[in-house]
Design a binder for this molecule. Structure first.
Ligand code: NDP
Ligand code: OXD
Length: 310
């Protein structure tokens, strides 16, 4: 019998308890699964989420892995007390949600839907949008989410460029990497999707200089992290028409403060960090698969590289 401590917040326990127990049963794992803190020295696995119960991991001496329910790990990866392996969430349902959010908001900008949805003067503007093949899209970040979104947009006909830290070859995608590849990835892009993690290297990746590289009037979609964009530079680029619109799901401070200029800027759409959520049923299967692996000595999936920060 192993001990699993669900330290991802009491508010999440009601929606996770049943799917976790079902997944453990399916995997044939006998576990004492609980949301109140057991004796830390007995805990084999911790299921974690930012804002949950643990700040100090030191007493969890025999814990084999900390299993994060979030894809992003910036709120735990630098914790100096964390010596246990850390796994992030790669949840097929979260990925599906992100693909839908990115495709939906890309098509909004591509088709110019706002012109017809909000048309108080009943203007008969018959300007036809270009077809997708004429609208270059760039995805910054080619991980689990960036690749899924790039493939979905590509299947609609958009020409896709992608950018990552390390070199990649992905069928049908023009790929670039490293600081040297950023300009080539962004130049002339008409839709830019940010799916990078928050690290020291990615902070303010869109700034005064780089915001000048996309096509004039480009749309930016940021479901990655607020820190990827320098807020003041984005507002200036929107005011100057260099950037046409920004649809932002994530912010430096969340909830976005009521007096933040993003709320009132006509070129900004705010969505409240809902682009993609971890779903209890599919995420429980992912968590339990890692516990199964930990128990039989197989490598854990989705391990975070502490030095890299994601
Ligand atoms: P992954 O770790 O799978 O992918 C991250 C990608 O970013 C990789 O391609 C990586 O490059 C690239 N990258 C990292 N650092 C750099 C750098 N310095 N320069 C260039 N590229 C870099 O993450 P996911 O795809 O699963 O998630 C991405 C982010 O999405 C999460 O970190 C989180 O912040 C955000 N997110 C937001 C949600 C929302 O609801 N808004 C929901 C879930 C996640 P390489 O491949 O070379 O390692
Ligand atoms: C995540 C998120 O990182 O929801 O999972 O932002």
């Amino acid at each position: 019998m192993i001990t699993i401590y669900f330290a991802a917040g009491k508010n999440r326990w009601p929606s996770y308890e049943a799917p976790l127990r079902a997944a453990l049963q399916d995997a044939g794992i006998m576990a004492d699964l609980r949301c109140d803190c057991p004796d830390p020295a007995r805990v084999d696995y911790i299921i974690f989420a930012p804002g949950g119960e643990i700040d100090d991991f030191t007493p969890f001496r025999r814990c084999k892995a900390v299993l994060n329910l979030w894809a992003g790990v910036e709120r735990i990866v630098g914790n100096p007390t964390l010596t246990q392996p850390l796994c992030r969430m790669v949840d097929p349902a979260l990925t599906a949600g992100m693909v839908e959010w990115v495709v939906g908001h890309s098509l909004r900008h591509h088709l110019g839907m706002d012109r017809h949805i909000v048309n108080p003067s009943r203007e008969w503007d018959a300007t036809c949008p270009p077809i997708a093949a004429e609208r270059p899209v760039t995805v910054l970040g080619l991980g689990a989410l960036g690749q899924a979104c790039a493939k979905a947009l590509q299947s609609l006909g958009f020409p896709l460029r992608g950018w990552s830290r390390t070199a990649k070859q992905i069928a049908g995608l023009d790929t670039y990497h490293g600081q040297d590849g950023l300009k080539a990835a962004l130049t002339g892009a008409e839709i830019i999707v940010l799916l990078l993690p928050k690290t020291a290297e990615t902070e303010n990746i869109l700034n005064k200089e780089t915001l000048a590289w996309p096509a004039r009037g480009a749309a930016i979609l940021n479901p990655g992290r607020g820190h990827l964009i320098e807020d003041a530079a984005l507002l200036a680029a929107l005011d100057a028409g260099a950037i046409g619109h920004a649809t932002l799901d994530v912010f430096r401070v969340e909830p976005l403060p009521a007096d933040h200029p993003f709320w009132s800027h006509p070129g900004v759409t705010v969505t409240p960090h809902i682009a993609a959520e971890t779903r209890p049923k599919s995420a429980s299967a992912v968590v339990v698969e890692n516990i199964r692996r930990g128990q039989v000595g197989l490598p854990l999936l989705h391990l975070v590289d502490r030095a890299r920060g994601y």
